[in-house]
Write a protein that binds this ligand. Structure first.
Ligand SMILES: Nc1ncnc2c1ncn2[C@@H]1O[C@H](COP(=O)(O)OP(=O)(O)O)[C@@H](O)[C@H]1O
Ligand SMILES: [Mg+2]
Length: 1078
């Protein structure tokens, strides 16, 4: 903890002088030179006593790092080189330790660095005050309110790229420990005319450019905007982009800041919607339209923009359109509607845009306040930071500049009051010798502006409220009358003779000699801007919006709350709020930062002496130094002074009995402080030089350390002794208790030992019995086990043969049997039909049954054939025998055979018995007739055929005439030797006769018949049964026959189709008979 503290002083390594009070000699020139010298060495801060002068460096200097913060933390004001942090630290500690509310008053021209200074103060305080999550959140919210307000309230002007266009006063609230609790922001008069028009080289408020550059496409679409500045009439184009400002990045910063401050997403979106609506309002244009009655009317040129605005804000399009073309004046229950001409319509549009924007801004401030307000009701300490627009002198100065400059007058006033006047007055009060110093008191200028009866603002209000035609000119006239004699007022028409000839003053202007210089105000627009008129139709239209934010911005539009009274004018509102501010500031301990602008070019390193000189003069800084030098740097009431330093002197330490003043006298004498270094006032001691104070402080610190050691020594001694006594007392108690405890413990031990031994013995005995019992039980169990095993072996030996070894075979056989059984049972069910020609047979189930299956099939077939045969009658049997015989004879030999298979062999085709025609023939034959059929007998000589009845009996072959039934030839069967035929499909056959027999005299026969196969078969069978000889049958396509003496060759020729499908027979010569078979 014992940190070595480096003793430093303001006087170390000083460039020029750090405190103007030390300047020698003191005049304007040395003052400026000192400032310049320091400025050139990057020392932008210089003190006048406790006032900080800050010269804008217009570049970032490495003097705000966290290390610097640590350097200045808890250090005496005069200990380090001048810095804004020193002032911040002083103010903060005074607030925290002495419970004094503070205010930081930052003044200077536009662009002099006020806003930056206010941010530096805030960030320093944030850095040194309490830590912890909650506190950090409060700090973060306080700091992040800046980017939001700057986006909506700052703009680029010719003087400053980030000029605040509103006044801001922020109260930061702390608890008793100095931790921040929250804050309250007050805003003053936003320069809303900027929304609709900007001077050349300047821009509209940052937020418009930020939105168009930084918003995502999606957001832009939602807001119905385009990323093109030139699309919007309200955006000046010549300086839309500013070097060193990244609008897109700033947009993201602002969105982020809004989130941190506590804006809900939908709130942030609503705000952007209002911004978009304002932008789009500027694009609404009007065109004239004259009516029959001569009244001028205006009409909206392109309704698209209006439509989109209405969609954005949720206002009925017709309502807004009407509000742009009519004006309703209400007076004493009467309502009069008049149409607006083009100029009025534009006026209404701009008024709406300005109002919408400025109300949005006020809403934002309130919303931020809601987020940052302190959550507790405990008593708060307050540090106010005032960053208000600086003194402004433009080419054209209007109502806004007038108001701004008035505010600066008031601030100067309070500065004068609190520093110069107060100081002097205090000296007088305290009866201290004082050389009077002349200074300019600007109260007279304040009075010119704010006097309630004849001040300029009062005149303006009067004009605004007066019935009849009111113009800026009439206002000026009035001013000329009332203020003419005022020293600080000038105008061309002024009655004051001094200015009668003053033609340098243009018409419709007036000039005020402010404390900071003369400013010429254009009177044009004063009345309007003071009135700040928004047609009621428009506010009512806005109130009807479904957009909740917009609706809430226009509460006066609520028809239920109609208020015929005029709202307070802008001027009087401002005056009132300035008055409140002044009152507020007066209750606080002031800390001054006076900002100076070194050049008009916003450039680093340039120090324009005349410009600085002007500012030094009107800020009254020289007077400030003089007052400081003539007086005393430090003053304090006697009581606290004695209380603080009494330890430095034996008489006053530890108690001084007597009046405080004499105590301080004794003290100072004792310390041998030179008499000229201090003076005794009535209630306070005045110390001329800060160094004397430092010396006192150092001595005190030293002494405090000694005293601390002393206190420590006594305290430690006392503490040790009491501790010792306590220990002694305790020792006796502890010893008594311990002895008792020891005895008890010993007894318990003996007792428990006896128990242990007892239990061991009992245990041992019990275990012994148990062992015995266990042994007996084991013996019994062993006998049983052995018996069981023995029985087991016996039984197994007996039954082994039933198991395992034979099982496989048995199972196999059983299975096989089962399969075969199943096979047969299934076969039984699947038997095919009994028809011998049925080829069906069930498929084989197992491969090993293949041969059985085939055998079964064969047996079954044979069996069913037999069955089939068994059905035959004897007759059928005969027929089949015959057919079988035919098959054996002709199958695969004669082509005609297959066609005969289907024909039943009838034998007696001719019913000789029944036909009376053949009665004679029948009678001639006694034997049984086997064949009776008509055949063609081939003539041996020419091959022609004649029909003959062919009869076969048991013993003879007979041929008879078909018509008469006359028997022509009769051949006993024994004489028939052979039958010949072709292998072809014809019915020719030759019957060969035994040579030499009676029948053979005419030679062999050659027939042709349709039933060749049957006849040949029957002939064969009959011959066999009668003669017991096999008739030879020759099948050949060429055979010899015996016709009488000749042997003739019968030859079968294939393929001659000439004679149709019937085979023809032709005798070629005596050796050849040709048969053509188709
Ligand atoms: N301490 C500083 N360090 C660096 N730049 C500064 C400082 N103070 C002011 N500036 C520069 O000057 C510009 C104007 O300062 P600002 O505080 O906005 O002026 P004012 O609020 O007085 O009109 C700032 O944007 C910044 O660039
Ligand atoms: Mg500013």
């Amino acid at each position: 903890m014992a940190k070595m503290e480096v003793k430093t002083s303001l006087l170390d390594n000083m460039i020029g002088v750090g405190d103007m009070v030390l300047l020698e000699p003191l005049n304007e020139e040395t003052f400026i030179n000192n400032l310049k010298k320091r400025f050139d060495h990057n020392e932008i801060y210089t003190y006048i006593g406790s006032v900080v002068i800050s010269v804008n460096p217009y570049r970032s200097l490495p003097i705000y790092s966290p290390e610097k913060v640590e350097d200045y933390r808890n250090r005496n004001f005069y200990e380090l080189s001048p810095h804004i942090f020193a002032l911040s630290d002083e103010a903060y500690r005074s607030l925290r330790d002495q419970d004094k509310d503070q205010c930081i008053l930052i003044t200077g021209e536009s662009g002099a660095g006020k806003t930056e200074a206010s941010k530096l103060v805030m960030s320093y305080v944030a850095a040194v005050c309490g830590k912890g999550a909650e506190v950090n959140q409060v700090k973060e919210q306080l700091l992040q309110s800046n980017p939001v307000l700057e986006a909506f309230g700052n703009a680029k002007t010719v003087r400053n790229d980030n000029s605040s266009r509103f006044g801001k006063y922020m109260d930061i609230e702390f608890d008793f420990k100095g931790d921040p609790l929250g804050g309250v922001i007050s805003n003053y008069l936003l320069e809303k005319s900027r929304v609709v028009k900007q001077p050349r080289g300047e821009r509209n408020f940052h937020v418009f450019y930020q939105l168009l550059s930084g918003a995502s496409e999606e957001l832009l679409n939602k807001l119905k905007l385009e990323r093109d500045f030139s699309r919007y009439n309200y955006l000046s184009l010549d300086s839309a982009r500013v070097n060193g400002i990244d609008d897109a990045a700033n947009f993201r910063t602002v969105r982020n800041a809004m989130q941190i401050v506590g804006f809900m997403d939908h709130e942030a979106e609503s705000v952007l919607e209002v911004v978009a609506a304002v932008l789009k309002l500027g694009n609404i244009e009007f065109k004239p339209e004259s009516r029959v009655n001569g009244l001028d009317e205006s009409k909206i040129k392109d309704k698209n923009e209006l439509k989109e605005i209405c969609e954005l804000t949720g206002i009925d399009q017709s309502v807004l359109e009407r509000a742009f073309s009519f004006r309703t004046v209400e007076a004493k229950q009467e309502k009069v509607s008049t149409t607006l001409n083009v100029a009025q319509a534009y006026y209404a549009r701009d008024a709406l845009a300005k109002n919408l924007y400025s109300r949005l801004f006020s809403w934002l401030v309130n919303r931020i306040n809601e987020s940052i307000k302190a959550q507790t009701k405990v008593r708060k300490k307050v540090m106010g930071v005032l960053d208000i627009y600086g003194f402004e002198i433009f080419e054209d100065n209007s109502f806004e500049q007038f108001i701004i400059n008035y505010c600066n007058e008031k601030l100067q006033q309070i500065f004068i009051e609190l520093t110069l006047k107060e100081e002097q007055e205090e000296y007088i009060r305290e009866d201290i010798e004082w050389t009077h110093i002349e200074y300019f008191n600007n109260a007279i200028i304040c009075d010119l502006i704010e006097n309630n009866t004849n001040g300029i603002l009062a005149m303006l209000d009067e004009e605004c409220l007066r019935p009849g035609t009111v113009t800026d000119e009439t206002f000026l006239e009035k001013l000329n009358q009332v203020c003419a004699t005022h020293q600080h007022f000038e105008s061309r028409m002024s009655k004051c003779s001094r200015f009668l000839n003053d033609t340098s003053l243009p018409h419709s202007c007036f000039r005020i000699q402010h404390y900071a210089g003369k400013v010429l105000y254009q009177v044009e627009g004063f009345v309007d801007k003071n009135n700040d008129l928004l047609y009621r139709d428009l506010s009512q239209a806005m109130w009807k919006a479904s957009h909740t934010l917009i609706k809430s911005l226009f509460p006066e539009g609520n028809p239920a709350k109609i208020n015929l009274k005029r709202p307070p004018t802008a001027g009087s509102q401002f005056k009132a709020s300035v008055a409140t501010l002044m009152k507020n500031l007066q209750t606080k301990n002031p800390n001054y930062i006076r900002c100076i602008k070194p050049n008009d070019k916003k450039a680093a390193h340039i120090f324009n002496e005349s410009l600085v000189c002007h500012q030094i003069r009107y800020l009254g800084l020289l007077e400030n130094v003089r007052v400081r030098r003539a007086g005393y740097a430090f003053r304090q009431a006697y009581e606290p002074c004695l209380e603080r330093y009494k330890m430095l002197c034996k008489q006053t330490w530890p108690h001084w009995k007597g009046p405080a003043r004499s105590g301080v006298e004794v003290l100072f004498n004792e310390l041998e402080i030179p008499v000229e270094e201090y003076s005794f006032g009535r209630s306070k001691i005045f110390i001329r030089n800060p160094r004397t104070l430092f010396k006192l402080e150092d001595l005190r610190k030293q002494r405090l350390e000694d005293l601390a050691t002393l206190i420590q020594k006594i305290y430690r001694g006392w503490k040790c002794r009491t501790h010792f006594l306590l220990m002694k007392k305790s020792q006796i108690v502890i010893a008594a208790w311990f002895r008792r405890f020891a005895q008890q413990k010993k007894y318990q031990q003996t007792k428990s030992s006896a128990l242990v031994i007892q239990s061991y013995i009992r245990g041992w005995k019990a275990r012994k019995i148990l062992r015995e019992l266990k042994h007996q039980k084991r013996c019994k169990e062993a006998a049983t086990t052995i018996a069981a095993y023995w029985h087991g072996t016996q039984v197994r030996r007996e039954y082994r043969k039933f198991f395992r070894a034979n099982a496989g075979k048995k199972i196999y056989e059983f299975t096989l049997q089962r399969i075969i059984q199943k096979y047969f049972l299934e076969m039984k069910n699947k038997m095919p039909s009994l028809s011998p020609i049925d080829k069906n047979w069930p498929s084989r189930p197992y491969l090993f049954l293949d041969s059985t299956h085939k055998e079964l099939k064969r047996i079954f077939h044979l069996w069913r054939c037999k069955k089939y045969r068994d059905q035959f009658t004897d007759q059928q049997k005969l027929i089949y025998e015959e057919k079988l015989e035919a098959s054996e004879l002709f199958k695969d030999k004669k082509a005609l055979y297959p066609s005969s298979v289907g024909q039943p062999f009838q034998g007696a085709y001719l019913e000789i018995n029944k036909n009376p025609k053949y009665k004679k023939l029948k009678d001639a034959i006694e034997e049984k007739i086997i064949i009776a059929e008509v055949v063609n007998k081939i003539n041996r000589a020419n091959g022609k055929s004649t029909s003959r009845i062919f009869l076969l009996t048991n013993n003879n072959l007979l041929l008879a005439d078909q018509k008469s039934g006359q028997i022509k030839s009769e051949v006993p069967l024994v004489d028939v030797t052979k039958v010949s035929m072709s292998s072809q499909n014809d019915g020719f056959f030759a019957v060969h006769l035994k040579e030499g027999s009676e029948a053979a005299s005419k030679g062999d026969f050659l027939f042709s018949s349709d039933h060749l196969i049957e006849m040949a078969t029957k002939l064969y069978r009959t011959t066999l049964s009668q003669t017991k000889q096999k008739l030879s049958i020759e099948i050949s396509d060429e055979f010899l026959v015996q016709f009488r003496q000749d042997k003739v060759c019968v030859k079968f020729i294939q393929g001659n189709q000439k004679n149709g499908s019937v085979p023809t027979c032709k005798r070629k010569n005596n050796r050849l008979l040709e048969v053509a078979v188709p």
